[in-house]
Design a protein. Structure first.
Length: 112
């Protein structure tokens, strides 16, 4: 029983993070780009990278795609997912979900 409990606690896998966040991100990212893009033009790059991540995920099917470059660029563009001052909760949620996906991906890469 302890083994199972330990595994479930440490298994914030990329697959789980995808299932938890991807649909919301697909809804939120275009909206945030439309609402905040003029004031935060870097978000247009976030949007493009997110679209690239989605395309690779869909193409990979049940496999884990190589997303190292996309997540590295996201970390650079966002200042390691630092939420800008004066943005809405949805903008903040997008950065938090992207950060969670990134961390789960990096954790999985360390295991593989």
């Amino acid at each position: 029983m302890n083994n199972i409990k330990e595994r479930s606690i440490s298994m914030s896998t990329f697959k789980e993070a995808k299932e938890k966040n991807l649909k919301k991100l697909e809804q939120f990212v275009p909206i945030v780009a439309r609402v905040h893009g003029k004031a935060h033009p870097e978000f247009y790059d976030v949007h493009k990278l997110f679209d690239a991540i989605c395309a690779k995920i869909k193409e990979a099917g049940s496999e884990t795609p190589d997303l190292n470059q996309e997540f590295e660029q996201l970390r650079q563009i966002t200042g390691n997912y630092t939420v800008p001052e004066g943005v809405c909760e949805t903008y903040e949620a997008v950065y938090n979900m992207l950060k969670e996906l990134d961390k789960a991906y990096q954790k999985q890469q360390e295991k593989d």
